[in-house]
Design a binder for this molecule. Sequence first.
Ligand SMILES: CC(C)(COP(=O)(O)OP(=O)(O)OC[C@H]1O[C@@H](n2cnc3c(N)ncnc32)[C@H](O)[C@@H]1OP(=O)(O)O)[C@@H](O)C(=O)NCCC(=O)NCCS
Length: 198
Amino acid sequence: MFPPRSIDRRSAVQVLHQARPRKDELMRREPRIIPMGPDDLAATVEMHRRCSSQTLWSRYHWAMPDPRTYLPALLGRPGSVHLAARDSTGRIVAVGHLMPDRSAVEAALLVEDAWQGRGLGTRMPRHLGHHALMGGWATLYGLVLSGDKRMAAVLGHAPVPVHRREEGGVVTAWVHVRDLAAGSPTRRRRGSLRAEHR
Ligand SMILES: CC(C)(COP(=O)(O)OP(=O)(O)OC[C@H]1O[C@@H](n2cnc3c(N)ncnc32)[C@H](O)[C@@H]1OP(=O)(O)O)[C@@H](O)C(=O)NCCC(=O)NCCS
């Protein structure tokens, strides 16, 4: 991280300046995660069509028909919250959903194949957790196929304890939303905000 002692202070400043991307460059490079809704149906359908059947299977646990048949109901579900990550052209490359169920809310996420392994699957749950906290839900849960190593890695990055129950090849993983309050933006120091909720 820091340059060796042999590099003088001026060189060190130059090295750090060159090595560290400017914040506005990062904002351009990293897809922003922002709310979306039923108006984004067409872009969400296109994003689903770019996903492999394996990726869709992991998300829905079912061989899915044409996304136009089920996405309108998903995006129009009463009380739900939907987030999208858009690339620099505005194209949706990942989506996250909160779907309320009495005092609990189900979270689901989908990153299109070409964008997997670039951190979106880790960032999206942080944003969903923030919205669950703001929405006042007590429990946030997700349904994950048993043996899904990617989601196991994603859950391993959760800032709070994750509880799990496995049944019939599906793991229900949940957190107490109140636990997330300790890491909410209002309680975090400004300097750590970006690291926790990029
Ligand atoms: C699961 C999913 C959301 C992860 O998204 P992503 O953008 O690839 O996630 P990240 O880039 O943050 O990577 C998450 C972790 O997966 C790991 N990973 C990636 N590919 C992997 C693989 N083949 N085997 C094991 N781990 C893998 C990464 O190394 C990373 O772990 P690390 O941070 O400890 O190194 C994405 O693969 C996806 O959309 N899958 C289909 C839908 C789904 O399963 N949704 C969950 C149920 S709702």
